[in-house]
Design a protein around this ligand. Structure first.
Ligand code: P1T
Length: 385
């Protein structure tokens, strides 16, 4: 990682090609060809055979994504959940157990609890803000720990170094979903994680116009298994989506700074409102895990949640009054979004689990975009009124 973050984001994977006949593009072309001709049947041209196996635009993105985390290997998938699924089927088998953070994106929890359970891969959920809870939950069948930090939607923080220590001692694989902070603010591999996954749909793509996922890692054995299944199962990122993600990644640093600035300003504004019960943002000094967050990240990101006084109707009314925040799932795009996890992104989490974990009907999650800060605050002010 000798070059700075933005330099890598702009140049890695996209070095201009000056060979004879090449055109020196500074932006990698979209290689739509699904198959690649060879001069001789036994020698694929520059390693390319068929786009599911390898495609030049996707390869450029995979190199860029690896470089952003200072990782040896990067792999791009058709969605964040395709990346997660491919990791699990590559590294686990029937009978294995996963320990998962009890606060995860609803779709990840649905994948583990409702899909992989059918293949006899079980998941035990624990509050991973206390690393000992993970240690206590380990069984003979446990093979993998799956966490987010900060979590979706409660912005809980896991002490990644401490959990990596537990994983090492018990010979478990630690996977960190780093979607919320992006590689700009946090690099879990450097904190001891084995595998990092992303929904590139979010900050890395950054413009709410391309769905994708990625896996970055240093472990060669895991890389071989996951890349084998990337091809064998086939949930690969298309050349066009690879291009859009390459394009988005170049401005990740400048976007993340503005997302964070807006999130902090909005979180601080809400804290002073009597209509707001609590604000959950690790960047606030009163967040219970602010210090752990600060010790393992370079920033706190652009997503926060808050609980409104009142009931679900009040939460829905607040969202309907917002003019600049679209009521929508997802996060990490340039435009600000607001949503109610209980009836939107986390509706697939059973009600009793949501209530036990603190996803109430008036919990509102905000993805702060990169608009002008004052405009966003004014929008909150009028909607609260
Ligand atoms: O949507 P997809 O690209 O498949 O990514 C799934 C995913 C994985 N991990 C995290 C932390 C996520 O937030 C997501 C997707 N999340 C939303 C769509 C959302 O609104 O929370």
């Amino acid at each position: 990682m000798s070059l700075g973050f933005s330099t890598r984001a702009i140049h890695n994977g996209e070095e201009p090609d000056f060979r004879d006949g090449a055109s020196g593009d500074v932006a990698v072309p979209i290689h739509l060809s699904t198959t690649f001709a060879r001069e001789k049947a036994d020698s694929p041209t520059a390693g390319y055979e068929y786009t599911r196996s390898l495609n030049p635009t996707r390869k450029a993105l995979e190199e860029k994504l690896a470089s952003l985390d200072g990782a040896k290997y990067g792999l791009a998938f058709s969605s964040g959940l395709a990346a997660a699924s491919t990791v699990i089927i590559s590294l686990l088998k029937a009978g294995d157990n996963v320990i998962g953070f009890d606060d995860l994106y609803g779709g990840t929890r649905r994948l583990l609890s409702n899909v992989f359970i059918n293949f006899n891969i079980s998941t035990t959920y624990v509050d991973a803000t206390v690393p000992e809870n993970i240690e206590k939950a380990i069984k003979a069948e446990t093979k993998l720990i799956w966490i987010e930090s900060p979590t979706n939607p409660l912005l809980k923080i896991a002490d990644i170094r401490a959990i990596a220590g537990i994983a090492k001692r018990h010979n478990l694989i630690l996977v960190v979903d780093n979607t919320f902070l992006s590689p700009y603010f946090q690099n879990p591999l450097e904190l001891g994680a084995d595998i990092v996954v992303y929904s590139t749909t979010k900050y890395i793509g950054g413009h709410s116009d391309t769905l994708g996922g990625s896996v970055v890692l240093n472990n060669e054995e895991f890389y071989k298994k996951i890349s084998y299944n990337q091809n064998a199962v086939g949930a690969v990122l298309s050349p066009f989506d690879s291009y859009l993600t390459l394009r988005g990644a170049k401005t990740l640093a400048v976007r993340m700074e503005q997302h964070q600035k807006n999130a902090l300003a909005l979180a601080e504004f809400l804290q002073s409102s009597p209509k707001v019960k609590r604000v959950l943002y690790p960047g606030l000094k009163n967040h219970p895990h602010h210090d752990i967050a600060a010790s393992q990240t370079r920033g706190f990101g652009g997503v926060f949640s808050f609980e409104l006084e009142g009931n679900l109707d009040d939460a829905q009314r607040f969202l309907s009054k917002l003019k600049l925040f679209a009521t929508a799932e997802s996060l990490g795009g340039v435009e600000s979004l607001a949503e109610i996890p209980a009836i939107m992104t986390h509706a697939s989490v059973p009600k009793e689990v949501r209530e036990k974990n603190g996803i109430s009907d008036t919990l509102i999650r905000i993805s702060a975009g990169i608009e002008n800060t004052e405009d966003l605050i004014n929008d909150f002010r009028q909607a609260l009124k």
